[in-house]
Design a protein around this ligand. Structure first.
Ligand SMILES: Nc1nc2c(ncn2[C@@H]2O[C@H](COP(=O)(O)OP(=O)(O)OP(=O)(O)O)[C@@H](O)[C@H]2O)c(=O)[nH]1
Ligand SMILES: [Mg+2]
Length: 464
């Protein structure tokens, strides 16, 4: 398995009916296989030396010579291909059945069905992209929002890989210097000055810490977050849900307790994927069904990253409002405090809420749509906690990268301490530097295990 000498084949377009379907092959035999099954439309000799050019013709069954489909075929010669191997792409008719037929023909002619992500895996193994870039490919395909798309694009453009390579080069330089000093130590270099190393490692640590710190944002960019709307019955939670989604998703009525179960929908807030949840009023209930909905609401509230807390501005504050607000504050969640029904002349004012929450509430009317922009921008600020979401800096979006950066940071911190304590402990210091280089190298895939590759590439679909 995973031998690079095989020629692999797969349907690279989504399964289902489409205008065209693409079957793609990669490996040493891909051109020979194409010659076996392809016939040019103009009956001229098929000349596979012409790279990166589309040719019109037919796929034929190599045994029966029967036409399978009318296609456009492209030969791409190594090394200027996605995998750095010889590749052939066949654009055939898009139907599920036709595409499968063309795939079967390539299999019959000697190719092997590709595993998940095997094309990208080959691109990595053949040195065309780093492991972090391969992960960028997955993230790009998976991107569900503008922000995750941009983050993936950066990953793909190699910014993280390049940054890691630079840091590793700087560490390697220090490692080489330590070697030199250890070699000379017999001649007694006691008292040599290591402040330059310490300064350089400190600078590198700052950069690593910045990358590690970016993961908080990166996680959000990649996976989005969950926002629940909470408040006592009838405050307008479902109305707000509908307003934010721009359509009537949840039932709205003037009967308190209308929403019996949680309702979830996806929403994009400034490019961030938000899972928006409308909850049932969290009050103790006699009604079994309602009680179940309320239990689920509680659970959702606890799982949420951010809460939108609604007060009904047309009523006095009740003890229910206060209890719920207290409960939410005790959970320690990030909360956006909102007073709804600003279109009705208010019974209570901002100040009162401010006393309870310590923050200035946002006035909205879910019914008329007033104040929704302010609410969204407050939500966005809460997501980024004052920090900027759209930065030019590199942002870590993957747990694997976060873990390896942390793994690289620990020996560097230890190394500095060691050297500060004992100026002659160069050998110990050198061990730490090498350990850091190893950990950081795993991000780009300098060292890897098959099981790591399996884990990463299993997220891909077949054909990618
Ligand atoms: N005037 C006014 N009425 C509103 C506004 N928002 C909601 N309402 C009304 O308030 C009532 C309750 O609205 P819902 O959206 O069902 O409230 P809810 O919080 O989901 O209620 P439950 O599901 O019962 O907990 C309905 O009659 C809405 O039309 C608003 O901004 N202004
Ligand atoms: Mg409701």
């Amino acid at each position: 398995m995973h031998k690079l000498v095989d020629t692999i084949t797969a349907i690279s377009t989504p399964i289902g009916d489409g205008g065209i379907g693409i079957v793609r092959m990669s490996g040493p035999d891909s051109i020979a296989i194409a010659e076996r099954i392809f016939e040019r439309g103009d009956r001229r000799e098929f000349n596979p030396v012409e790279s990166h050019k589309m040719v019109y013709g037919f796929i034929k069954d190599p045994d029966s010579d029967k036409v399978v489909d009318e296609v456009m075929l492209t030969v791409m010669l190594a090394p200027n291909t996605f995998t750095k191997e010889n590749m052939v792409e066949i654009n055939c008719h898009g139907g599920l059945y036709v595409t499968r037929k063309v795939l079967d023909t390539t299999l019959l002619a000697g190719a092997r069905l590709a595993e998940r992500g095997e094309f990208t895996r080959r691109a990595f193994l053949n040195g065309r992209i780093s492991l972090a870039q391969a992960e960028g490919v997955i993230d790009l395909i998976d991107a569900k929002s503008e922000a995750s798309y941009e983050a993936a694009l950066k990953e793909l453009n190699n910014s993280l890989s390049e940054k890691i390579t630079t840091i590793k080069d700087r560490l390697s330089k220090i490692a080489a210097e330590t070697e030199a000093e250890i070699d000379f130590s017999e001649d007694d270099l006691e008292g040599s000055d290591h402040s330059v190393w310490i300064k350089e490692i400190s600078d590198i640590l700052t950069e690593i810490n910045n990358l590690i710190g970016s993961y908080d944002h990166g996680k959000i960019l990649r996976d989005g977050l969950t926002v629940s709307i909470v408040g006592r019955p009838n405050t307008g939670k479902s109305s707000l849900m509908n307003r934010l989604l721009n359509y009537d998703r949840a039932i709205v009525s003037d009967i308190p307790g209308t929403t019996r179960d949680t309702i979830e929908e996806k929403l994009s807030v400034n490019g961030i994927a938000v899972q928006l949840i409308d909850t049932a009023g969290v009050q103790e209930s006699q009604n079994i069904l309602e009680a179940e909905g309320i239990r689920r609401s509680r659970e959702k509230i606890e799982q949420s990253d951010i809460l939108i807390f609604l007060f009904d501005g047309s009523y006095d504050l009740t003890s229910y409002d206060l209890d719920l607000a207290l409960m939410v504050r005790r959970l320690g969640k990030k909360v956006v405090w909102v007073i709804n029904k600003s279109d009705i002349k208010g019974k209570f004012r901002e100040n009162k809420i401010r006393e309870i929450t310590g923050e200035r509430p946002i006035m909205i009317s879910a019914k008329r749509g007033d104040g929704i922009e302010s609410l969204l921008s407050a939500l966005s600020d809460t997501i980024w906690e004052g920090g900027c979401g759209k930065s030019e800096d590199i942002i870590i979006t993957r747990r694997r990268h976060f873990d390896l950066l942390t793994k690289g940071k620990i020996p560097l911190e230890r190394g500095i301490k060691t050297l500060k304590r004992d100026n002659n402990a160069v050998e110990l210091f050198a061990v730490d530097i090498r350990e850091a280089i190893m950990a950081l190298g795993e991000i780009n895939g300098d060292q890897y295990t098959d099981s790591l590759l399996d884990k990463i590439f299993n997220d891909f679909c077949i054909g990618k």
